[in-house]
Design a protein around this ligand. Structure first.
Ligand SMILES: Cc1cc2nc3c(=O)[nH]c(=O)nc-3n(C[C@H](O)[C@H](O)[C@H](O)COP(=O)(O)OP(=O)(O)OC[C@H]3O[C@@H](n4cnc5c(N)ncnc54)[C@H](O)[C@@H]3O)c2cc1C
Length: 434
């Protein structure tokens, strides 16, 4: 006889574990299945784990701002002591340059005002006082490093920047995922690792459960796809390829891990930094280092890949990241040996996630996290569990969308915003910034 569960969660990354935690808290007998040997060993492990409140939409920003409060009080949220220790939130804040590319942040600041999120506008001179090793030279746009104009300022000066105090980063994203696993287990959830889902079983438009490698069947009336960059493969197993307006694809990315520029003290000057003139973002890393990631500038070709078959070595993308960052931090050297991470985003057409039901009854989606949903994991877990509970109790979420209360900031979020069949969000940055 097949083992029977109330809910099976495919994937034990930080969002999968969060969904398991919240379902278990609601009394679902929950099994999480992951092909890897431990929680958050997939794309979560290589996340830059930046927490920031600004997105291109009110709902996106509200969920992100709300999430800050969960990380602030992480131990209380987990409610359990992890034998490996607890992940730390470095609430150093985020500094974002005002550029023509981001509309000088006017749209974002209007959203911040709407949701009551604090910020401070800085002149270029004030920004330099705050982070002395920064250059305030202006660049017209991000360029490829083989462009003859690469590295040449346009003769102007940066218009300034905005500092968002409710942001920062999580020092160890894998540990954060492990914390959530322990929190889920304390609420009764079970985790099975080294176990790959090979088929989704269904009958008469309803999900029956999954089959895992070795041929074992596991039954459940609820199955949740939280498979990260493998999400489209899992949807295909459920017969849902082509069934949604918004789809997901795996996008390869590199992150550079380099010593901080000369004169830069991570402890004193370290902030999350985002600059659309150079097409890069960064955050402090231990040992006076910096992590640098790409903001997907238009000059770069996107590397859509098969999640099971992609290049895991560094390429010219790594060098370009460091050279772009050196435009803003002239003291930054390009190390001879590349260090950092190569991993995949699970990207939708508008770079926003899908938190939704599906056309297969009992089969749910927490996918398309587009390189920007680590921060939202605790809230995403709650939203998904509420949505699943409502749908299992007979609610038609497509016709009557579930709303979710963001308790810390006192707002409701309409979950239709995360629909698999939404119109593409034309306000999106169409980049990792969402
Ligand atoms: C380089 C990089 C930098 C990032 N930086 C940030 C950032 O600064 N801030 C931010 O908010 N977000 C960031 N993100 C995004 C964030 O890390 C992800 O949105 C988040 O970790 C996704 O969590 P998840 O649980 O959905 O997926 P994952 O962590 O990818 O977990 C999915 C799990 O599903 C499992 N799985 C897949 N298929 C199967 C199967 N058939 N059977 C069993 N198990 C399966 C996998 O093994 C994996 O463990 C970044 C991502 C990357 C890659």
């Amino acid at each position: 006889m097949a083992e029977t569960w109330d809910a099976i969660v495919i994937g034990a990354g930080v969002i999968g574990a969060s969904v398991a935690r919240e379902l278990a808290a609601k009394g679902f007998g929950t099994l999480s299945v992951d092909r890897l040997p431990a929680a958050s060993y997939g794309s979560t492990a290589n996340s830059c784990a930046i927490v920031r409140p600004y997105y291109s939409t009110t709902h996106g920003s509200a969920v992100a701002y709300e999430s800050h409060f969960y990380w602030k009080d992480w131990e209380a949220f987990c409610g359990v002591a992890d034998e490996r220790g607890m992940a730390a939130y470095n609430n150093c804040g985020c500094l974002v340059t005002k550029t023509g590319h981001n509309g000088f942040l006017e749209g974002i600041l209007a959203i911040m005002d709407e949701i009551g999120c604090p910020y401070e506008e800085l002149t270029a001179a004030r920004m330099k006082e705050r982070v002395p090793s920064i250059s305030t030279a202006s660049y017209d746009r991000p360029r490829r490093t083989d462009d003859p104009l690469f590295g040449q300022p346009d003769g102007g000066r940066l218009a300034g920047a905005v500092f968002f105090p409710t942001g920062g980063y999580i020092s160890d994203p894998q540990l954060a995922g492990h914390n959530v696993q322990r929190a889920a287990e304390a609420r009764g959830a079970t985790f099975r690792f080294n176990t790959t889902v090979t088929a989704i079983r269904r009958r008469a438009g309803r999900v029956l459960g999954v089959t895992v490698d070795g041929g074992e069947d596991l039954d459940a009336p609820v199955v949740v796809n939280v498979a990260g960059p493998h999400s489209s493969k899992v949807n295909a197993m459920a017969g849902l390829a082509g069934a949604t307006r918004i789809t997901t694809r795996a996008l390869r990315h590199e992150v550079a891990h380099v010593p901080a520029p000369e004169g830069f003290d991570v402890g004193k000057d370290g902030v999350v930094f985002s600059d659309s003139q150079i097409g890069a973002y960064s955050r402090p890393e231990t040992g006076n280092h910096m992590l640098i990631g790409s903001e997907d500038p238009a000059c770069d070709e996107r590397e859509w890949v098969d999640a099971d078959d992609y290049l895991t070595e560094f390429t010219g993308m790594w060098t370009a990241l460091v050279m772009r960052q050196a435009q803003r931090f002239p003291g930054l050297g390009v190390p001879g040996r590349a260090r950092g991470a190569v991993d995949l985003y699970d990207v939708t057409e508008d770079w926003g996630p899908i938190y939704d039901k599906s056309d297969l009854e009992g089969f749910y989606l927490a996918i398309g996290t587009s390189g920007n949903q680590f921060k939202n994991a605790p809230v995403a877990g709650e939203m998904m569990a509420n949505l699943i509970e409502a749908c299992q109790n007979g609610r038609d979420h497509d016709a009557e969308p579930v709303t979710h209360r963001l308790a810390h900031i006192g707002r409701d979020v309409d979950m239709a915003f995360f629909s698999r069949n939404r119109e593409i969000n034309e306000n999106s940055s169409f980049s990792v910034l969402g």
